[in-house]
Design a protein around this ligand. Structure first.
Ligand code: ADP
Length: 614
C-alpha cells in the first residue's frame, strides 16, 4: 500500500523535475538568445564598419580620374589615341589593387581600360546596359555588384561621372574584387553574408553560400538579370533559410538545412541560427550575421540538467521530509493509541479494583457472618455438649443412686450400731464402725466428685492430656454400669503413656459415649466383652473401641454422625452422642470413625495428634 500511496507523489515529482528542466531550458535559451542578439548586433556593427571602410577606400578613386586631363581629353574626343590613358589606368589599377579601372563615354562605350593588354579586355565594349553606368550618368555615382561579362569574375563596381567644361564627358569605373572585400572577414566568428538588393548573396564567409538567394526570385526578376547579365547567368539556388520565430529588432530564429557538398568551416553552417541583418549605408545591400544556437542550446541543456537535478534533489528532500513527517505522525498516533490503551487499562484496573474491594468487602462481611455463625454454632455445640453430658448423667443417675444408696444404708446401719456399741461401752467396735463409716463417706465423695467433674462446663482450653488416665476416669464413671452388665474389659496401655493436646473433660465425655454405646450394643449378652486398645504412630495415637455386639446396620453406618440419629427406644437415646463426639475430636485436630469388625461387632476408632514431646 505505501507504494501505491507514494505513486502520485512520485508522478508529481517527475512532473516537477520535467517542468523545472523545461523552464530552465527555455529561460536559459531566452537569455542565451538575448546574449547572442547583443553579440550579433555588435558583430553586425563591426562587419559593417569594416566593409564600409573597405568600400570607401575605393569610393573616391573613380572621381579622381576627372583630375587627369588625358582622360578628359579622351572622353571629349580630343585625344589622338587612348594608349596613354590605357597605360595610366593599368598602372593605377596595379597601385590601387583593384580588378579593373576603365572609362566609358556617354554612349556607354569603353574608351580606355586597365586590362587593355588582355585578350578578354573590354576595351571598346558597350556597357551602356550596366546599371552603374546609367546611375552615374543620372546621379553622378553608381554602385553595382555584378559578375563580369567577359571573365565572369564577380566584383563590385564603383562608378563616377566625369565632367569637363562642357558637362558630363563620361563615366569612370573601378571594379573591386570580392575577395578584397572578403579579406576583412577573415577573422569572423560566425557566418556572415551580404545580400544585394535582389536578395542574392554576393559576399559570404561561407564559400558555398555565394550566389544563393535569400528569397525566391520570380521569373521577371530572373529575366531582368539576363538582360543586365548581373550574375552572368549563374544558377542562383536558394540558400534554404527557414524562419522559425521572430524576435525584437528584426532578429529571427532560422534554420538552415544542409544542402550540397559539405562545407569545411570553423563554425557550424547548418542548424538553427539567430539571423540579424542591417542595410549597409550607401549601398542597397544587407549585411546578415548568423549566430549559431549550438552554444546557447548546449548551455540551455546544461542549465536544464542542473535545474532538473536541483528539482530532483528538492523533491527527494521533500519526500524525505514528508516521510519523516509521516513517520512522526504515525509514531504520534501509535503513542496516542498506546496512551489510550493505557488509560483504558487503568480504567479497567480501577474498575476491577473497585469490584475487588467490593468483593473483598463482601467476603469480609461473609467471613464475619461465618465467624458469627461459627460462634453461634460453637455456642450451640457447647450447649449440646452440655446437654449430652446431662443426658449421660441422666443415664448414669440410676446406677449412681444405687451406688449411693448402698453406702447410705450401710451408714445408717453402722451409725445405729455405733450408738448401741457406745451405750454398751464397746468402744473398740464403735471405732471400727466409725472407721468403716469414714471409708463409705470417702467412697461417696469420690463418686459425687467424679460426677461434679464430669458435669462442669469445660474451659475449652487445650492442654496436654495423659490419655490412659483419661480412659481410667471414663471407666470409673461407668464402673457401676460395667459391673452390672458383667462386662469384661480388655484394655492395653503403651509403656510410655501417650499424651495429646486436648481438653480432658471433653475427651472423657467422648470415651464414656463410645464405651456406653458398646455396652448398650451388648446389652443382651450375658458376658459382654469390650476391647480397648491404644496404638501409637510417629505423629498420632489411635484408640480402638471394639465390642462384640451386632455391629452397625447399613443405615447406622450411613447416618452414624448425624445429629438425632438413634436406633434406641425413646428416653434411652437422643442420637447426639456420636455427633457431639465427632465434633469434639474434630476440634482437637483428630478424627473419629466407626466400622464393623470382620469377626463381628462394631469397632470405633479415635485418632488424635500426639502432643509434641517437651
Ligand atoms: P444414642 O446412643 O443416643 O442413640 P449415638 O449418637 O451415641 O446416640 O448413637 C447413634 C446410634 O448409633 C445408636 O442409636 C446405634 O444405633 C448406633 N451405634 C452406636 N454405637 C454402636 C455400637 N457399638 N454397636 C452398634 N450400633 C451402635
Amino acid at each position: 500500500m505505501p507504494r501505491l500511496r507514494s505513486l502520485p507523489l512520485l508522478l508529481i515529482c517527475l512532473l516537477l523535475v520535467a517542468l523545472s528542466g523545461f523552464s530552465a531550458y527555455r529561460i536559459a535559451q531566452r537569455l542565451g538568445i538575448a546574449d547572442l542578439q547583443a553579440t550579433g548586433l555588435h558583430r553586425l556593427d563591426l562587419y559593417a564598419t569594416s566593409l564600409e571602410r573597405e568600400i570607401s577606400k575605393y569610393a573616391f578613386l573613380p572621381g579622381t580620374l576627372s583630375l587627369e586631363p588625358e582622360v578628359l581629353d579622351l572622353l571629349a574626343g580630343s585625344a589622338g589615341d587612348n594608349a596613354r590613358v590605357n597605360n595610366y589606368l593599368e598602372k593605377l589599377n596595379e597601385r590601387a589593387g583593384t580588378l579593373a579601372i576603365y572609362v566609358i563615354d556617354t554612349r556607354g562605350k569603353v574608351l580606355a581600360t586597365s586590362n587593355w593588354r588582355r585578350p578578354d579586355s573590354f576595351l571598346g565594349e558597350d556597357l551602356s546596359f550596366r546599371p552603374y553606368f546609367r546611375e552615374a550618368l543620372e546621379s553622378g555615382n553608381g554602385r553595382f555588384f555584378g559578375i563580369g561579362t567577359t571573365r565572369g569574375e564577380p566584383g563590385y563596381y564603383l562608378a563616377s561621372s566625369l565632367t569637363g567644361d562642357s558637362g558630363t564627358l563620361g563615366v569612370a569605373v573601378i571594379k573591386v574584387s570580392l575577395e578584397q572585400l572578403e579579406k576583412s572577414w577573415t577573422t569572423v566568428e560566425a557566418p556572415v553574408l551580404v545580400a544585394d538588393e535582389n536578395g542574392v548573396v554576393i559576399l559570404s564567409a561561407v564559400a558555398n553560400w555565394k550566389f544563393t538567394t535569400l528569397r525566391p526570385l520570380d521569373d521577371s526578376t530572373r529575366a531582368a538579370f539576363d538582360h543586365t547579365q548581373q550574375y552572368n547567368r549563374r544558377a542562383l539556388q536558394p540558400l534554404g533559410i527557414q524562419k522559425i520565430e521572430d524576435y525584437d529588432h528584426g532578429a529571427r530564429l532560422v534554420r538552415i538545412a544542409a544542402s550540397g557538398p559539405e562545407t569545411v568551416s570553423v563554425y557550424p553552417v547548418t542548424g538553427r541560427f539567430l539571423e540579424q541583418s542591417r542595410t549597409l549605408p550607401g549601398t542597397p545591400w544587407t549585411l546578415t550575421v548568423l549566430s549559431h544556437l549550438e552554444q546557447v542550446d548546449d548551455l540551455a541543456q546544461s542549465r536544464a540538467a542542473l535545474a532538473a537535478i536541483a528539482a530532483a534533489c528538492l523533491c527527494l528532500f521533500g519526500i524525505i521530509l514528508n516521510e519523516r513527517r509521516r513517520h512522526l505522525r504515525d509514531r504520534l498516533a501509535a503513542r496516542e493509541a498506546l496512551q489510550k490503551a493505557h488509560d483504558e487499562l487503568e480504567r479497567k484496573v480501577e474498575e476491577r479494583t473497585a469490584d475487588l474491594s467490593a468483593a473483598n468487602q463482601q467476603l469480609q462481611d461473609e467471613v464475619g457472618e461465618r465467624i458469627r455463625a461459627e460462634r453461634t454454632l460453637r455456642a450451640a455445640q457447647d450447649e449440646l455438649v452440655q446437654a449430652g453430658k446431662l443426658a449421660v448423667i441422666g443415664q448414669l443417675s440410676t446406677g449412681i443412686a444405687h451406688e449411693l444408696n448402698q453406702p447410705l444404708a450401710a451408714l445408717r446401719t453402722l451409725s445405729a450400731n455405733a450408738e448401741r456399741f457406745l451405750e454398751r461401752g464397746d468402744t473398740e467396735t464403735t471405732r471400727t464402725n466409725l472407721g468403716r463409716i469414714a471409708d463409705l463417706v470417702d467412697r461417696m465423695g469420690r463418686i459425687t466428685g467424679q460426677l461434679r467433674n464430669f458435669a462442669r462446663k469445660s474451659s475449652g482450653q487445650s492442654a496436654p492430656v495423659a490419655l490412659c488416665h483419661a480412659l481410667d476416669n471414663a471407666l470409673a464413671l461407668l464402673d457401676t454400669r460395667i459391673r452390672r452388665a458383667g462386662a469384661e474389659i480388655e484394655r492395653s496401655c503403651p509403656v510410655e503413656e501417650p499424651v495429646a493436646m486436648c481438653d480432658a473433660n471433653r475427651l472423657e465425655q467422648v470415651l464414656i459415649n463410645l464405651i456406653g454405646n458398646a455396652l448398650d450394643a451388648m446389652a443382651d449378652q450375658t458376658r459382654p466383652q469390650l476391647e480397648l486398645r491404644w496404638e501409637c504412630t510417629d505423629s498420632l495415637v489411635r484408640l480402638s473401641v471394639r465390642d462384640h455386639g451386632p455391629g452397625l446396620s447399613d443405615e447406622a453406618q450411613a447416618r452414624l454422625f448425624e445429629p438425632f440419629f438413634t436406633t434406641k427406644p425413646a428416653g434411652d437415646g437422643l442420637g447426639l452422642g456420636l455427633a457431639i463426639s465427632a465434633g469434639i475430636i474434630g476440634d482437637f485436630g483428630g478424627s473419629l470413625y466407626g466400622a464393623n469388625h470382620p469377626d463381628g461387632g462394631a469397632v470405633f476408632t479415635l485418632e488424635l495428634p500426639l502432643a509434641p514431646t517437651p
